[in-house]
Design a protein around this ligand. Structure first.
Ligand SMILES: [Zn+2]
Length: 231
């Protein structure tokens, strides 16, 4: 009910705003000289108000075709297919941006750009989050001629201080930025069972398991030298 009344008031406000724009355009924009410039500025400001008011519209009453052949939203006049450059977020309550999407096609695409379904980065109160959803595509390793197939995936990455948390369909990967001089070799990787005990003693990693011996969590304690402000 509340949504319906909000939509009705949005429609009213948009209609009044568009009437004001028409009023300025019909009466004053055809003049020349100093006066016209002032009214053009008013018209431009009303245009900005239209753009931001239109962000509340979900364009859910369909489109009408204008004389130029463009499809315009029946409520706010947004041209169908034109990207909107701003998003409207609530101040109170959970902030929702976009929906959860997964790969959709069965075939592989010729490159990453064509395979991309969703990609976005947000900086939020000092942390950075990125989401990338893509179909399968062909890629090339540097120095190799044969293409390799990159599988469909949904990759979520979160950066907080020196730590990056990477989640995809197969992996939960937590990475720390190496301290000290930049290492010239990529890091090694090994299963716990492959590492000698004296090495394991240096890694503050705790595995959590349940009464059925199933792995239910991994805790990596923050090493003391990494505990700093802002991390
Ligand atoms: Zn609309």
């Amino acid at each position: 009910m509340e949504t319906r009344s909000r939509k009705a008031s949005l429609k009213r406000e948009l209609r009044a705003l568009l009437r004001s724009m028409d009023f300025i355009a019909d009466r004053y924009l055809r003049r020349s000289g100093q006066g016209a410039r002032k009214f053009f500025e008013i018209y431009r400001q009303l245009g900005s108000a239209w753009k931001f008011l239109g962000l509340q519209c979900r364009h859910d009453e369909g489109y009408r075709r204008n004389r130029e052949g463009h499809d315009l939203c029946r409520i706010c006049g947004h041209v169908k297919g034109v990207a909107e450059n701003w998003r409207l977020l609530p101040v109170a309550g959970p902030i929702r941006l976009g929906g959860k999407r997964f790969h959709s096609a069965k075939r592989d695409f010729p490159n990453k750009q064509a395979a991309m379904i969703d990609v976005g980065v947000i900086h939020f109160h000092g942390t950075k989050l990125s989401v990338e959803v893509h179909n399968g595509y062909q890629s090339y390793w540097p120095g190799r001629k044969e293409p390799i197939n990159i599988a469909t995936d949904r990759i979520v990455r979160l950066w907080e201080g020196d730590v990056e948390c990477w989640l995809d369909s197969n992996l939960v990967h937590v990475k720390w930025k190496p301290t000290g001089p930049r290492p010239h070799k990529p890091p090694y990787g090994a299963f716990l069972s492959e590492l000698p005990r004296k090495m394991l003693k240096k890694f503050p990693v705790l595995l959590e398991y349940d009464h059925r011996d199933q792995l239910v969590g991994v805790n990596a304690l923050m090493a003391p030298h990494r505990k700093k402000k802002g991390a």
